[in-house]
Design a binder for this molecule. Structure first.
Ligand code: NAD
Length: 487
């Protein structure tokens, strides 16, 4: 019998989805509502080693079927899944809003539709692939891109539907079967995806979803010797464990990890746009890997910037995720609220200056005030470690080289933003910032064909477009001696 809960009128399975079936575990974990943390939304199956083994053997069988299908046949099913996501946007947005606490308006209009776009784009990218063919010396050469097997995809709790679909789509497009393990704080939208996978017509075992705790079923999946690829998004701490398992089995592993990104504002920038974007880094309560959390502002405009920043921040409305006028949503979980609060408490002890906010908004609730900190030095913990909450820092620079030095002064390197109206400045600084993506006068605009990943401890490997499909494939060089074959 399959287990379900009905949440605000939407039925959600609390089971795993393996081999085209709902499978239950005896042990469960609780999922809470961040807008009302005493409310338990669901008790979800807590997978273990046996669950992981079953998922891998099912995925192996699924792989045998999926990898033999043509690219066109696979693309058709992926398009069907994209269409089904589009027709279920209301339910998925509602459940993700309750589960993760992200703003409903942004889920409904941007984030969940991107899930459909992920499958659609990869279905098309796979079809457009033209293998490189060339002649050299005495041979005809061709690069053959072969499906590599079973891909395990491990995802974090922020924007879980968008991130999970972004990582599963290239693996399926490569011809691999997939086991998705969503994060235990926000697993419910992935469960809805299970229903749609079924309806889209994926053969059993091709696309599996396993629920549970990272250190338990997650660790069992990534260490299984019958897995061929591990694609992970999450913290550098977990990536170190997962990377060790991948190394043990000698399989490729990608990590899209945390960030501590700089947002650099030059005096010639469009001031209003820049300051608005700086305050915009509080969106989703700062639970965004790419956020420009370190504001680097030219010293000549510091006072003007700070005055306007504080005015705009004071207008930020803390409120429920379902209210369209809300700007600051709750933190996902009491443990995470505590992490954020502990960072700020240590900053106060360290002598860093709190320029605004700095406190839990209301006892018993999960909102944290939007906070700006002027650090005592560049070595302060709030500069050097990812906080993943509504906490930004403010530092000044006097010239371009100091801006670049500060920008590159942490171990992270996920993204960077440069606000300037000068083309040469944009080119020089953009090139010098060590980060996987640098945006000039904009933020978060993504082209799904571009490589995505991080420098330093922000990541290893690249996904996105053909880079993602290549990661999940085995590339073979195929050479035939000239004039050696007959028909
Ligand atoms: P996390 O590392 O704690 O967990 C991520 C996932 O890994 C979860 O599904 C968890 O269950 C699993 N996991 C944990 N330990 C594991 C283990 N030993 N073996 C296998 N699986 C394990 O991260 P989080 O707190 O869920 O997410 C926040 C982090 O993710 C932040 O650092 C954030 O910057 C990062 N992030 C990065 C990107 C990116 O694209 N670079 C995107 C979103 C989030």
């Amino acid at each position: 019998m399959s287990n379900k809960v009905t949440i605000n009128g939407v039925e959600v399975s609390t089971d795993h989805y393996i081999n085209g079936q709902r499978i239950s575990s005896e042990k469960k974990f609780s999922v809470i509502n961040p807008n009302n943390p005493s409310e338990i939304l669901a008790e979800v199956s807590r997978g273990d080693e046996t669950t992981a083994k079953f998922a891998v053997s099912s995925a192996r069988n699924g792989f045998n079927v999926w990898s033999e299908m043509t690219v066109d046949e696979r693309s058709l099913i992926m398009h069907k899944l994209a269409d089904l996501i589009d027709s279920h946007i209301d339910d998925i947005s509602l459940i993700e809003c309750l589960d993760m606490g992200m703003r409903h308006e942004s889920l409904r209009n941007r984030v969940i539709p991107r899930g459909a776009r992920n499958f659609r784009s990869y279905a098309d990218i796979a079809k457009e692939y033209k293998p490189r063919k060339w002649h050299s010396n005495t041979t005809e050469n061709e690069i053959q891109r072969m499906p590599s097997g079973v891909s395990v995809i491990i995802t974090p709790w922020n924007a879980p539907f968008m991130l999970s679909t972004w990582k599963c789509a290239p693996a399926l497009a490569a011809g691999n079967s997939v086991i998705l393990k969503p994060a235990e704080w926000s697993p419910l939208s992935a469960s809805l995806l299970g229903d749609l996978i079924d309806e889209a017509g994926f053969p059993p075992g091709v696309f599996n979803i396993v629920q549970g705790i990272g250190e338990e079923v997650g660790a069992a999946l990534v260490s299984n010797p019958n897995v061929n690829r591990v694609s992970f998004t999450g913290s550098p701490e977990a990536a170190r464990y997962i990377g060790k398992s991948a190394a043990e089995n000698i399989i490729p592993f990608t990590g899209e990890l945390g960030g501590k990104s700089p947002l650099i504002i030059f005096p010639d920038a469009d001031f209003d746009a820049a300051v608005k974007k700086a305050v915009g880094q509080f969106d989703d309560s700062g639970q965004v890997c790419l956020a420009g959390t370190r504001l680097l502002v030219h010293s000549s405009i510091k006072e003007k910037f700070l005055k306007r920043f504080l005015e705009l921040t004071a207008e930020q409305k803390l409120g429920p995720s379902f209210d369209d006028s809300t700007e600051i949503t709750p933190m996902i979980h009491p443990d995470h609220l505590k992490n954020v609060n502990d960072f700020v408490s240590r900053a106060k002890i360290n002598g860093d200056k709190i320029l605004c906010g700095g406190n839990i908004y209301k006892k018993g609730h999960l909102w944290f005030e939007p906070t700006l900190i002027e650090p005592l030095s560049n070595e302060s913990e709030v500069i050097q470690k990812e906080i993943f909450g509504p906490v930004l820092t403010l530092q000044t620079f006097n010239d371009e080289s100091e801006a670049v030095e500060l920008a590159n002064s942490t171990k992270y390197g996920l993204s960077g933003m440069v606000y300037t109206s000068n083309k040469a400045t944009a080119q020089r600084v953009g090139r010098a910032v060590r980060a996987g993506t640098v945006w000039v006068n904009c933020f978060l605009i993504r082209d799904l064909t571009a490589p995505f990943g991080g420098f330093g401890i922000s990541g290893i490997g690249r996904e996105g477009g053909d880079y993602g499909i290549d990661f999940h494939s085995d590339l073979k060089t195929f050479q035939v001696l000239d004039n050696s074959l007959t028909d």
